[in-house]
Design a protein around this ligand. Structure first.
Ligand code: XIL
Length: 362
């Protein structure tokens, strides 16, 4: 609560400064809101506002203009994942491909944005050379260790936080069967041992980076979030280097339910009590159509989720998974759904933009 008032006081102070007579900033008589962008509104709250992005779209003028002005963080939507960044075996003279990731990092730096890394250990987007290589557990451990070292070392001091492990749990709280866990796995042991190993390797490589566990459908109190919580509690108690939890927050309008939103708040609170930093990492609100009613409902939900982050002092990042409906993963993965982001496919701001802005600024 104290933090909340600090954020409010900071916002009020900034407001007063910006509205001083003679200031070059918008004066009191202009109709402009005091925070012209999401980024300005979020900064006043000490919240980072991020977007996932892809280097191939940076040549679109509107895309780069919005990304570079409205957001204070960039995260690669795909280009730091194992497959894209490490497409060839280590025996190849050129196993890595940093082109896309480097372009995103350069863009972020030239626009004064921080970069968040995604992701080092995940069951998806694993290249065929790993999946079909017939490697033993000790060989896979070497491959993963080398991967973590190479990728993190390249971006040390440029990437401030990493989703070290992504989506390791099933919905019922059991461990997901994956190549890194048990098929054949890296030989670290059962349960959360392989996550512990990955976190330790990551910490050794870049002790300055904040290390996250990231997952979906773990926003509410449920079996999956209980399992993540048990792991986090154990890791904190034993000094395993875990700094935070990422809540992906890929939701639909069903999530605009007081019980679900309250459950998300309570869940964040228990993780915060462990001393963890909380990031909302992949927010989007998918719709079945783009009717005015749907866009209004979407805006309301975006506003409520933003407010949950504002009210939870440990919540330091609000990030959307892309920012324009022109380039969103939703239509490809949720058939018949889409319109999930803050800008439409013509780069026009949607009602959800104003809702997020207002929730940050109020
Ligand atoms: C998605 C990307 O958005 C797509 O472009 C890609 O084809 C598949 O992956 N959870 C995650 C993200 O952690 O990495 C996923 O991103 C979306 C779900």
């Amino acid at each position: 609560m104290r933090h909340f008032w600090r954020r409010t006081a900071t916002a009020a102070l900034l407001c007063a400064i910006l509205f001083l007579p003679g200031s070059a900033s918008p004066g009191p008589r202009t109709a402009q809101p005091f925070a012209a962008t999401l980024r300005q509104a979020a900064e006043a709250r000490h919240i980072t506002i991020g977007a996932a992005a892809a280097s191939r779209y940076l040549t679109e003028a509107e895309y780069s203009a919005i990304l570079g002005s409205e957001f204070s963080q960039l995260q690669a939507e795909n280009e730091m994942k194992f497959g894209p960044i490490h497409p060839r075996p280590d025996t190849d003279p050129n196993p890595y491909d940093f082109k896309g990731a480097d372009a995103l990092v350069a863009f972020a730096q030239s626009h004064n944005m921080v970069v968040r890394g995604h992701t080092l250990v995940w069951h998806n987007q694993v290249p065929d050379w790993v999946k079909k290589g017939g490697y033993s557990a000790p060989q896979l451990a070497d491959i993963l260790h080398g991967h973590i070292k190479t990728v993190m070392a390249r971006y040390a001091s440029k990437v401030y936080a990493w989703d070290v492990v992504n989506e390791a749990f099933n919905d019922d709280g059991t461990m997901r069967d994956t190549i890194w866990y048990d098929q054949p796995g890296i030989g670290a042991g059962t349960g959360t041992k392989y996550l512990e190993q990955a976190l330790r390797w990551a910490h050794e490589t870049d002790p300055g980076a904040k290390l996250f566990y990231n997952d979906y459908d773990a926003e509410e109190l449920n079996k999956k979030s209980d399992a993540i919580y048990a792991m986090a509690k154990d890791f904190k108690a034993r000094g395993v280097p875990l700094d935070g939890i990422g809540f992906q927050a890929h939701v639909g309008l069903y999530f605009d339910d007081p019980a679900k939103l309250a459950s998300f708040a309570r869940n964040m609170k228990r993780f915060a009590k462990l001393g963890l930093e909380l990031h909302i990492t992949e927010l989007d609100v998918r719709l079945n159509d783009s009717s005015p009613a749907s866009l209004t409902a979407q805006a309301k939900l975006y506003g409520k989720i933003t407010t949950l982050c504002v009210l939870q002092p440990a919540c330091k990042l609000l990030q959307t998974w892309g920012f324009t409906d022109r380039h969103s993963w939703i239509p490809g993965f949720f058939k018949g759904q889409g319109w999930a982001l803050l800008w439409d496919d013509k780069y026009q701001k949607k009602p959800a933009y104003a809702a997020v802005h207002d929730a940050l600024a109020k």
